[in-house]
Design a protein around this ligand. Structure first.
Ligand code: ATP
Length: 412
């Protein structure tokens, strides 16, 4: 109850806060959407007096996150939003810019995506490091890096930067890393690729930065056909199929069911596979000469990956998200379905269906619906901020500090 009240009140500060176990999540609510353009809280830099009487920056003021990144604020960045449906060439165009830049960084949501980009750049003779939470592969003379977004260095300077799947800034658990990269990367050009649902939110967030923002829209490059019939039986599986399910146990059960039919061998891809194994499994499936012609995967394949998939088959349209069983969202269904029939792959036309007929109506309606417009981005202070924060308030926890901030705001 107390945390609900806190969440409601803090949303008046332009921040919404929910306290879960020991974690504090902050979500940035765009000011103008919520309060109209006359609401000015973001325009005031609050200060506090230290015991020596000197005025200093108040690190409990979380309402100006763009000021947390001085290096990026020194630049007037050209920010290009590449938006459109899946498989429309957004990332391809952004990566062309990255390839021709004198230095740069690619930030993706998945280790496999960073790996794919590092491979592409190195092949194009642009030396590129691969840096993820699990590995660091440095290449001699590299001025480019492909990283998972959490590893983005916001202190270095780049000529060009790419943030892929920018709509993830609305994600409850990882969104803050995308917001940090969006506000913090110091680059002359910043290319953002993703769903059109993120455009307004990104434009609003960047209004205060002085960056020049452009939007480029794309159309799907090859058709994606939602099938009217379900797979029904594993005997209908064919080369190039990808079965999508949401637990490791189910992945291996489906692999066994398909291989028991004696016609196909399955590669598997899921989030908790060790990086080298995941890469090897994806490569085996993509290799036309390999016997592993069917893929069984989790939604780890859902973002940006270019695999030789002809047909996506959802085993179910619900998953356990760490808290509860829930239906897949429209963006999740579109993202995963979008892996079929990638432009330039062995299968120029993609198909999508479900294992069971009862799931088809939801699949079809989701593919025909636009993704809901994003209204919130994740936000979390930098570690430096938290460190100084605790110095200013040595006796209070973050929860108490936020409560105090709320109280001070209500007194104004
Ligand atoms: N102009 C082009 N020339 C050659 N290949 C292209 C071109 N545009 C896109 N492709 C290829 O088409 C595939 C899909 O492109 P890309 O990954 O850029 O799409 P996307 O819109 O970013 O997709 P998603 O949102 O699903 O990640 C890739 O294999 C890419 O290399």
């Amino acid at each position: 109850m107390a945390s609900l009240l806190l969440r409601r009140r803090l949303s008046l500060l332009g921040l919404s806060c929910s306290l879960q176990r020991d974690n504090v999540e902050l979500c940035w609510v765009p000011w103008e959407r919520k309060f109209g353009s006359s609401f000015k809280i973001c325009g005031c830099l609050r200060q506090f007096s230290s015991s020596s009487g000197a005025m200093k920056f108040d690190f409990t003021d979380l309402t100006r996150p763009h000021t947390w990144y001085p290096s990026a604020r020194k630049k007037k960045r050209l920010v290009v939003l590449h938006v459109g449906p899946t498989n429309s060439g957004k990332t391809h165009h952004a990566l062309k810019k990255l390839e021709s830049s004198s230095s740069g960084i690619y930030c993706g949501p998945l280790r496999l995506l960073a790996w794919e980009v590092a491979k592409r750049l190195n092949k194009a003779e642009v030396p590129c490091d691969l840096i993820t939470g699990q590995e660091r592969e440095e290449v001699d003379g590299a001025k480019h890096k492909a990283v998972t977004v959490e590893m983005a260095d916001v202190t270095a300077e780049y000529d060009c930067a790419v943030i892929d799947e920018i709509q993830m800034l609305g994600c409850r658990t990882r969104g803050f890393s995308f917001t940090r990269a969006l506000l913090g990367i110091s680059a002359n050009e910043l290319h953002l690729c993703g769903d059109p649902a993120a455009v307004r939110l990104v434009q609003e967030i960047l209004k205060v930065t002085g960056d020049n923002v452009e939007v480029q829209c794309y159309e799907r490059l090859s058709p994606l056909v939602p099938l009217k019939v379900p797979l029904g039986s594993f005997s209908n599986i064919r080369t190039g199929d990808c079965l999508v399910t949401f637990s490791r146990q189910k992945i291996y059960r489906l692999k066994k069911d398909i291989e028991n039919g004696g016609k196909h061998l399955c590669s598997v891809v899921y989030g908790s596979l060790p990086p080298e194994t995941r890469t090897r499994q994806a490569t085996m499936f993509n290799d036309a000469s390999s016997e592993f012609d069917v893929l069984v995967a989790s939604d780890a394949i859902g973002m940006g990956l270019n695999l030789n998939i002809s047909r996506i088959i959802f085993s179910k349209l619900e998953k356990f998200d760490g808290v509860e069983m829930r239906e897949l969202t429209v963006p999740e269904i579109k993202q995963i379905a979008g892996r079929a029939g990638r432009y330039g792959s062995k299968f120029p036309v993609g198909e999508v269906t479900c294992l069971d007929a009862e799931d088809l109506p939801l699949l079809h309606s989701s593919l025909n619906s636009p993704s809901p417009i994003l209204e919130r981005a994740g936000l979390f202070p930098t570690f430096d901020f938290l460190f100084m924060y605790s110095r200013i308030h040595p006796k209070s926890g973050l929860h108490q500090i936020l409560k105090l901030e709320e109280f001070k705001y209500m007194q104004k």
